[in-house]
Each structure stands twice: as structure tokens, then as C-alpha cells.
Design a protein around this ligand. Structure first.
Ligand SMILES: CC(=O)SCCNC(=O)CCNC(=O)[C@H](O)C(C)(C)COP(=O)(O)OP(=O)(O)OC[C@H]1O[C@@H](n2cnc3c(N)ncnc32)[C@H](O)[C@@H]1OP(=O)(O)O
Length: 435
């Protein structure tokens, strides 16, 4: 054991600002600030008429010196992921989102105070992790978030050849307008099943489910200003003996030019329960008439389509940062995941913001079995900042690579290889939807 750490004291707001709780009556103010923060092209009225994805008790505003009448100076919310997938397990986590400061009030510490407020709320709710999509890459490292995984974006030429998979041609295909009423349950069921058991009992870390109704409403909402000239959302469902085995949402846009008629097809979320279903699904997506290229995004870095494409290079794969991860409670987070190799190591963690995370942690567990994490006074085998821990936590990233950049220090020879192997995971992490 070691002496208790000093308590976490959230950074205060600048003079004249105060936090305010928000509820349904403030939805228009929240939507209005959102139009200032994210210039999406919707008017306040249009934005306020869209599905409200917020859980109010997790949504906090800031008002400035002018008081409530001046509207909101800043706001943030978080999505409740009670069952967020981490390697081999699930942990209560908070999906931080809607972080925004009115341009009138920027660069005076409002966001920093909000992030501390968020960490305090996570600790009070026993959420060991906070995860997010970063609007701009440099924003969140300073708060201890690490780039937890990448997703892959593709530009697949229409008609690109796919490898044959036995049984694919036994599937039937339905092409329909995507509808929450009609497809909501099927999509939720297949999405969850695809993340739980990617292969032989291995889950996909980061594969966040849309756990609450507001999250589902957010995903299904299809406002015109977010379509960028594309059609309304469509869905392809592949079935075997009448049972859905995969789906993909997509939108098309027609382009008429001197080369003829062609256009992009955006693929929103593509999920299949096995290789044959995936082959059937992508076979349809790549053969849509009047298409030039097919543009899936938010695919995990090991998505099945990458292995099915006969010419992967022609699909011009590009890696983009997906979820960012912050260990708010290192002890629960390190003890709450599983490891891909036996682990028995002391990890020294530096955390300038959350003092209870600072210090040495003894992590023990057998390969793919439950693990424990206890504070210790033993000397660390490895030392790193909590940000680097976030970037390897979901099983992507590499401690060795971070060490080459001086971001991880090996104190016990061999620890980097052993612990780095244990932190990996055979299935690439990634989330399939923006929150
Ligand atoms: C999970 C999500 O919700 S992602 C969405 C984030 N929101 C957006 O991108 C919306 C547009 N931007 C904004 O609303 C604001 O500029 C925010 C939220 C990014 C920052 O708010 P501010 O109140 O100005 O930030 P604050 O004054 O607390 O600055 C914190 C630090 O971040 C830095 N910072 C702020 N904005 C940026 C930026 N766009 N790029 C790089 N650094 C930035 C500041 O320089 C400061 O650095 P320091 O800690 O070294 O002093």
C-alpha cells in the first residue's frame, strides 16, 4: 500500500462565470449555442426541432457575467455507456460530447473547467473511463486523453472485386428506406452481436452500443443539413433463411459530368455476423448502379472488407483517429479489462490532473482471464503518463512505439516487451458511430 493521494480539486471557472444545470426547458438555448459552436448550416429553429440526444442530468451549461438572459456561454454533456466494451469485459464509461464554448467566451479557461467538472461527475458516478471523438486533434491530450484507436476510411471503386466466400450466394437481400420503427430492433441486435463475439469469444473493445433511447434517436435522426446533398438514409439487409445476418446504411448522390453518370455512395455503418454475410453485403454495396466509388467510414482497422477486397490498395485506405480514452480511475480501469498475455507488472502512472491515479499500480492476471490492479510501493517496471495509458488501453497502440518516442520509460529490462504484449488485443478496437 502507499499513503492516500491528495483529493482532486476541479479547476474553478473564471470570475463572473457559473455552472448551471440544464433541463428540457433550455433545449432551445442549448441548440442555439450548438449552432455557434459547430457551424453546421442549420438555423436555431431547425436545430431545436431535431431529436434531442441529451441526458439532462449529465448536461451542464455555463452562464457568463451577463447572466441567464445572455444565453449560454458554454456547455457539455456525456452519454451514459453503462456497458462500454473494453478488452474482454465491459466498464461503466462516459462518452463526453457537445463540448462547446461560445466564440465570445473562448480562451479564458471555460473548457478546462468543464473537463474537470466532467471528471468529478465521472468519479461520483463510478465511471472509470471517459471516451470521446475529438473535433480537433490537439485538444484533449492536455486533459489526459490518449488516442485510443483509429478507424479506416476507404474509397472503393465501384465493382471492386471481392474474394469468394462459400455460402454468400445463399443470402437474400432487402434494399429499403432506413426506418427506426422498422429496422431499429434488428440494427441494435446485430450491432451488439457483432461486437460481442467477433471471433471465438473475443469482443471488439470500443464498440459502443447505443444504450439509451436518446442515443438511438440521435443515430436514426436524418436532418437535411447533415446530408450534404446526399439522399435520405437507405439500408441494405442481408438475410439467411429469413433471418437478418448483416446490414449497412448508405446514401447516394448522383453526379453528371463529361465522364457520364456516376456518384459517391456513403456507407454509414456496415455490420455482418460472419464472412458469408459480409461478402453478400459488400457485394451489393459495390454493385450499385450510377455509382463511382463507395465511401465507408468508421470501419475498425481490421474490418472484414479489408480482407475481402482483392485489391486493397485500390481502396486507398486512410487511418483516422477514432475514440480518445481517458482513464479517470486507473485502478478500476486496469483491473477491469483482460490482457492478451499473462501480466504481473508494476506500472508507474503520472497524472497531473487526477491525483488519485498518480503512483505505482500492480497489475496481475492470466492471459484472457480476470485481472486485478492494486496500489503498491514497489518500484515500477514501466513509467508513463496517463495519456499514454489511454492510448494503449483498448488494445491498439504500442507501448514499444511510445517508448521509441520517449513517452514510456522501461525500468525493468524486458518489461516493455512483456507488458506491451499483454496490453494488446487480437481484435482491433473501434466505435462505429459518432456521439
Ligand atoms: C468531445 C467533444 O465534444 S469535441 C468538440 C470540441 N468543441 C469544438 O471543437 C467546438 C469549437 N471550439 C470550442 O468550442 C472551444 O474553442 C473549445 C471547447 C475547443 C475550447 O474552449 P476554451 O474555453 O476556449 O478553452 P480553454 O480556454 O479552456 O483552453 C484550454 C486549452 O486548450 C487550448 N485550445 C483551445 N482551443 C484550441 C484549439 N482549437 N486548438 C488547439 N488548442 C486549443 C488553449 O490554448 C488552452 O491551452 P493551455 O491549456 O495550454 O492553456
Amino acid at each position: 500500500m502507499r499513503p492516500a493521494s491528495p483529493a482532486f480539486v476541479p479547476r474553478p471557472l473564471p470570475d463572473g462565470y457559473r455552472f448551471v444545470p440544464l433541463d428540457d426547458r433550455r433545449w432551445r438555448d442549448v441548440a442555439d449555442l450548438d449552432t455557434w459552436v459547430f457551424p453546421l448550416g442549420a438555423s436555431t429553429d431547425e436545430h431545436a426541432s431535431e431529436a434531442n440526444p441529451l441526458t439532462w442530468e449529465r448536461t451542464v451549461g455555463i452562464v457568463g457575467p451577463g447572466g441567464v438572459e445572455d444565453g449560454l456561454a458554454a456547455q457539455h454533456t456525456s452519454f451514459p455507456f453503462a456497458r462500454f466494451p473494453v478488452p474482454g469485459a465491459r466498464l461503466a464509461s462516459a462518452g463526453l460530447s457537445w463540448v462547446g464554448v461560445h466564440p465570445q467566451h473562448r480562451r479564458r479557461g471555460l473548457a478546462s473547467a468543464m473537463i474537470d467538472h466532467h471528471f468529478a461527475a465521472c468519479l461520483a458516478r463510478n465511471e472509470a473511463l471517459s471516451v470521446l471523438y475529438a473535433s480537433e486533434y490537439p485538444l484533449y491530450g492536455r486533459y489526459g486523453y490518449g488516442r485510443g484507436c483509429d478507424d479506416v476510411r476507404l474509397q472503393i471503386p465501384r465493382g471492386a472485386r471481392l474474394l469468394d466466400v462459400p455460402g454468400a450466394d445463399r443470402h437474400t437481400v432487402r434494399l429499403e428506406h432506413a426506418s427506426q420503427e422498422r429496422h431499429g430492433d434488428m440494427v441494435a441486435r446485430l450491432h451488439a452481436a457483432a461486437g460481442d463475439d467477433v471471433v471465438a469469444g473475443l469482443n471488439r473493445p470500443g464498440w459502443a452500443e447505443r444504450e439509451t433511447l436518446p442515443m438511438q434517436d440521435l443515430w436514426w435522426d436524418d436532418p437535411e443539413h447533415l446530408r450534404g446533398g446526399f439522399e435520405t438514409r437507405r439500408i441494405v439487409v442481408v438475410e439467411l433463411d429469413g433471418e437478418p445476418r448483416g446490414y449497412a446504411t448508405f446514401r447516394r448522390k448522383i453526379v453528371w459530368d463529361a465522364d457520364g453518370v456516376q456518384g459517391p455512395v456513403q456507407v454509414g455503418e456496415a455490420v455482418a455476423l460472419d464472412a458469408a454475410a459480409a461478402r453478400a453485403l459488400w457485394g451489393v454495396l459495390l454493385e450499385l448502379d450510377l455509382a463511382g466509388e463507395v465511401l465507408p467510414y468508421l470501419l475498425p482497422a481490421d474490418d472484414v472488407v479489408l480482407s475481402l477486397l482483392a485489391d486493397r490498395r485500390a481502396a486507398r485506405p486512410r487511418l483516422v483517429d477514432n475514440l480518445w480514452v481517458r482513464l479517470v480511475d486507473v485502478r478500476t480501469a486496469l483491473g477491469g479489462r483482460r490482457y492478451a498475455a499473462d501480466v504481473d507488472a508494476v506500472i508507474g502512472v503520472h497524472d497531473r490532473r487526477l491525483p488519485h491515479n498518480e503512483g505505482a499500480w500492480h497489475v496481475r492476471g492470466a492471459a484472457f482471464g480476470p485481472a486485478t490492479c492494486e496500489p503498491t510501493q514497489a518500484p515500477p517496471d514501466l513509467e508513463l503518463d496517463v495519456r499514454e495509458l489511454g492510448s494503449v488501453y483498448l488494445g491498439a497502440g504500442s507501448l514499444a512505439a511510445l517508448a521509441t518516442a520517449g513517452l514510456v520509460t522501461e525500468r525493468t529490462p524486458g518489461a516493455l516487451a512483456r507488458v506491451g504484449t499483454a496490453f494488446g488485443w487480437p481484435v482491433a478496437p473501434g466505435a462505429s458511430w459518432f456521439f
